[in-house]
Design a protein around this ligand. Structure first.
Ligand SMILES: Cc1cc2nc3c(=O)[nH]c(=O)nc-3n(C[C@H](O)[C@H](O)[C@H](O)COP(=O)(O)OP(=O)(O)OC[C@H]3O[C@@H](n4cnc5c(N)ncnc54)[C@H](O)[C@@H]3O)c2cc1C
Length: 321
């Protein structure tokens, strides 16, 4: 019987929401769901029991190293020759882990999966192509398979009866080739409010804002709504905002309750990262802009004159309540 191994995604030792998504997907693949964490094992046992995990294996905090390759090599060591599915998130850490696990296990790796299921002994994954306009299925005909799953593509679902995962310690594999990279400096992106991928409201700006200074409208509205500011790739490439703000195929996938797109055309590569939002509001001066095809509320007009008025209206509403 294969075990489904999940490499936990953690931020400052705390489990990131995508871990629960990975575990939910893993439950479809195997009865035995093991999660590899780097520190915080006891808290992980408590949190992951609600999602039906059977085992938590803790290698302890990794310190100033690149966690991905080490976790990938460690999970491979734990699996040995046994049949297994290894799930990681499609993130920087998760991709590093998937690559290293694949090499160490000599197993195929499927990346950017948006769905996965068992078909008999086979693992079948779903992948979006052509900017998300088509979904193709892939099947890995192997006893051990590594899959990197795109965050927000699986809805995390708790189990009816909470499990009591066992907790064990393991030694991190630090000597494998490719795990010798050391982090020499960390710079934290200064960001007030929630992170882009976890925010319930995201306000994104695009080239239609006209000039970098106009991006402050996006930040102001996001802050007023308790959300996170995002961006199209056009303004990231233009250097208006850092890459961490980019929403889309090559940026972050968001699934907020409300997504406001300001001066964004709605190229397929942008849509694929935000069309899962519950409500979409778009402001664009071109009534034929593709963003309106996914918008619940479309406002045709000049963002530069609308945004100050919208911000004012939201502010007034907040004062009134
Ligand atoms: C491999 C690949 C990956 C990519 N990945 C991503 C990705 O992850 N995310 C992403 O966003 N893009 C991505 N792109 C780029 C994508 O194809 C588009 O080029 C990009 O999304 C366009 O950004 P934009 O909508 O801001 O700019 P534009 O396409 O130039 O659109 C600007 C819009 O603003 C409107 N506008 C102009 N002036 C005003 C005004 N005063 N008021 C209101 N509206 C106005 C215009 O009508 C227009 O619709 C990728 C492309 C490739 C090839």
């Amino acid at each position: 019987m294969a075990t489904a191994w999940v490499i936990a995604e953690q931020r400052d030792g705390v489990l990131a929401p995508v871990t629960a998504e990975l575990v939910t997907a893993a439950r479809e693949l195997a009865v035995d769901v093991a999660v590899l964490v780097a520190g915080g094992g006891a808290e992980a046992v408590e949190a992951l029991g609600r999602f039906g995990v059977t085992r938590v294996v803790d290698v302890g905090p990794l310190g100033d190293v690149l966690a991905g390759p080490i976790l990938g090599a460690t999970v491979a060591r734990l699996i040995g020759d046994a049949p297994a599915f290894v799930l990681t998130a499609q993130t920087y850490t998760g991709r590093d882990a998937a690559a290293r696990a694949s090499v160490e296990l000599d197993a195929p790796v499927l990346t950017n999966a948006v769905g996965l299921r068992r078909d008999g002994a086979e693992l079948v994954t779903e992948h979006q192509i052509f900017g998300g306009s088509l979904v193709v299925e892939a099947a890995a005909d192997a006893e051990r398979v590594v899959v990197a799953v795109r965050p927000k593509s699986v809805v995390a679902v708790e189990v009816d009866e909470q499990t009591q995962p066992t907790l064990s310690a393991a030694t991190a594999v630090t000597e494998a080739p490719g795990v010798m990279v050391r982090v020499i400096e960390r710079r934290r992106e200064e960001r007030a409010g929630p992170s882009l991928d976890e925010a319930t409201v995201v306000v994104s700006g695009g080239r239609g804002l006209g000039k970098p200074e106009a991006y402050r409208y996006v930040e102001e509205l996001a802050s007023l709504l308790g959300g996170a500011p995002g961006a199209s790739r056009a303004i990231v490439d233009a250097g208006w905002v850092p890459y961490a703000y980019q929403v889309g195929q090559t940026g972050t996938t968001v699934k907020p309750e409300l997504y406001v797109a300001v001066g964004i055309s709605g190229a397929t590569q942008h849509l694929v990262g935000m069309k899962g939002a519950k409500h979409i509001v778009a402001i664009n001066k071109d009534k034929d802009a593709p963003i309106f095809s996914v918008a619940d509320l479309g406002v045709v007009g000049d963002a530069l004159s609308l945004m100050p008025r919208l911000i004012e209206a939201v502010r007034e509403r907040r004062h009134a309540s």
